[in-house]
Design a binder for this molecule. Structure first.
Ligand SMILES: Nc1ncnc2c1ncn2[C@@H]1O[C@H](COP(=O)(O)OP(=O)(O)OP(=O)(O)O)[C@@H](O)[C@H]1O
Length: 468
């Protein structure tokens, strides 16, 4: 559809784009990224024929764009620039109708039924029909953006060029506009080439991304390859982290502010943060901790500040434990979004805590087990006073679970059905949390951490089961 070969060009004697080659296929959603001044808008202007190339060629469907007349080009290609100013006062309907000009034969061709049908469709698609008769200049920036998109769509182009299309749009309209474009790409074979400043939106919607740096191609590939931490840090000169989107297989880039919203003093989690009451066991950290929890409310990976085990007598009939837990958290003013909570028959007073440290790091472990019968319910919390990657947190929780099962075997604790070991009902009330301060751990420190966790969990779990 679009083919650039060794394209260079810019303004007067200032070359901005340098020796750029790439192709965009029909029905592709193609994103252009790059820092301020990297040449994104200049490139778009060259593709749309506003700025001539100094060298190289730009072809649309195998024909040089320089050989199209303005009107013929407008039938194939529409442009939504970054700032669209209108000098004269036009209504929304008149503004959108201008998009049909490319399809008219002469200056005074009458408005056809097809023109009207296209106009109505694009106004509905862009949710601009409601202010059809209003003056465009009286609309908000986001509303104007949608009107000019409607005008571009009214051209019925094969190729749509967009310069930051979501610039003025609120969250809902950003999604609506990009969903609409994606639908046109998927269903009608529209080709979209769009500049994005928002890397995460580009990742969600684009098939491929071109990353520009000082007018040159720095990368051109799928979002997953282009949005690599090192590459983005290098080009944008700022600290970022890359994470998978929680719901779909697309990468997301997160900024790392210098002044993170966490406690400024170094936090060491130890017994001073543990509160043992008759009906609950609580660890209240001074700041949210990176947490992996299993089998509790607040399970999964997140940032948690409060770890609560609520005592529930054995055999307690509870028709709606979730509601009871919420009421309980409300009563004690624990923010449920920052809490890992569990309801077990464990007696809080029998909890065992162990603080251990080595030359690299310290770990505070809390274990408690329910009494009575052979069926044990064990809870196990690990607080790691260091900076861990999520996969290390998972590795440490797995090591802790393994040691706990070993202890259950060693103490010959059996499940109700007599099977061995009794892990079926105990495996799932675990939490590991890291304070995320200091440097990420070295390889040696990780080995030492796992040792520390294994010995701490062994001691704490053995004592907790014996106490119960
Ligand atoms: N009309 C112009 N005349 C001369 N130089 C220009 C003109 N427009 C832009 N430039 C220069 O070209 C370079 C690239 O600008 P361009 O607008 O293409 O960057 P961009 O990547 O789109 O930036 P932004 O993210 O800030 O929109 C900049 O150094 C800019 O100063």
């Amino acid at each position: 559809m679009l083919n650039l070969q060794h394209v260079s060009g810019g303004y007067d004697d200032q070359p901005i784009i340098q020796d750029l080659s790439f192709s965009v296929t029909r029905g592709e959603f193609f994103g252009i990224l790059g820092p301020n001044g990297s040449g994104k808008t200049t490139l778009l202007k060259m593709i749309s024929g506003l700025i001539p190339t100094v060298s190289g060629s730009i072809q649309l469907a195998n024909v040089s764009i320089a050989s199209f007349s303005r009107k013929a080009l407008a039938r194939r290609m529409a442009v939504l620039p970054q700032f669209t100013a209108q000098v004269f006062s036009y209504t929304v309907r008149e503004t959108v109708a201008l998009g049909r000009y490319a399809h008219h034969q002469g200056m005074f061709q009458t408005w056809t039924a097809e023109d009207e049908q296209v106009l109505q469709t694009v106004m509905e698609q862009t949710t601009t029909k409601a202010f059809e008769h209003e003056d465009v200049q009286a609309l908000s920036g986001g509303e104007q953006q949608r009107v000019f998109l409607a005008q571009a769509l009214a051209q019925q182009p094969d190729l749509l060029l967009l310069d930051e299309p979501t610039n003025h749009l609120d969250l809902a309209y950003q999604k609506e506009l990009l969903d609409l474009l994606k639908k046109d790409v998927n269903e009608d074979g529209l080709t979209v080439v769009s500049i994005f400043h928002d890397l995460n939106l580009a990742s969600l919607y684009c098939d491929r991304l071109l990353l520009l740096h000082e007018g040159q191609k720095q990368a051109l590939d799928t979002p997953d390859s282009v949005l690599a931490e090192d590459l983005i840090q290098d080009v944008y000169q700022t600290d970022v982290t890359k994470h998978p989107h929680p719901a779909i297989a697309k990468p997301q880039i997160h900024l790392l502010p210098d002044a993170a919203d966490t406690a400024t003093d170094t936090v060491i989690i130890d017994s001073s943060f543990l509160h043992i009451q008759s009906d609950h066991l609580v660890l209240a950290a001074p700041a949210p901790l990176r947490t992996l929890a299993l089998g509790a409310w607040g399970s999964g990976i997140g940032w948690k500040q409060y770890f609560v085990n609520c005592h529930m007598s054995a055999g307690h009939a509870c028709p709606d434990t979730e509601r009871d837990m919420q009421e309980y958290l409300d009563e004690y003013q624990f923010d449920s979004s920052r809490t890992v909570s569990m309801a077990t028959s464990v007696q809080p007073g029998q909890a065992v805590s162990v603080f251990r440290k080595n030359e690299y790091i310290s770990v505070f472990t809390v274990a408690a087990a329910s009494g009575g019968g052979e069926q044990k319910s064990v809870i196990l919390w690990l607080f790691i006073n260091g900076h861990l990657a999520d996969e290390t947190l998972i590795q440490m929780l797995a090591a802790a679970a393994e040691v706990k099962t070993y202890v259950l075997q060693e103490l010959a604790v059996r499940a109700e059905n007599g099977n061995f070991p009794s892990s079926a009902n105990t495996f799932d009330r675990l939490a590991a949390a890291a304070v995320q301060q200091g440097e990420t751990l070295s390889k040696n420190a990780l080995v030492a951490l796992e040792d520390l966790i294994r010995t701490s969990v062994y001691t704490a779990t053995t004592q907790a089961i014996q106490r119960s």
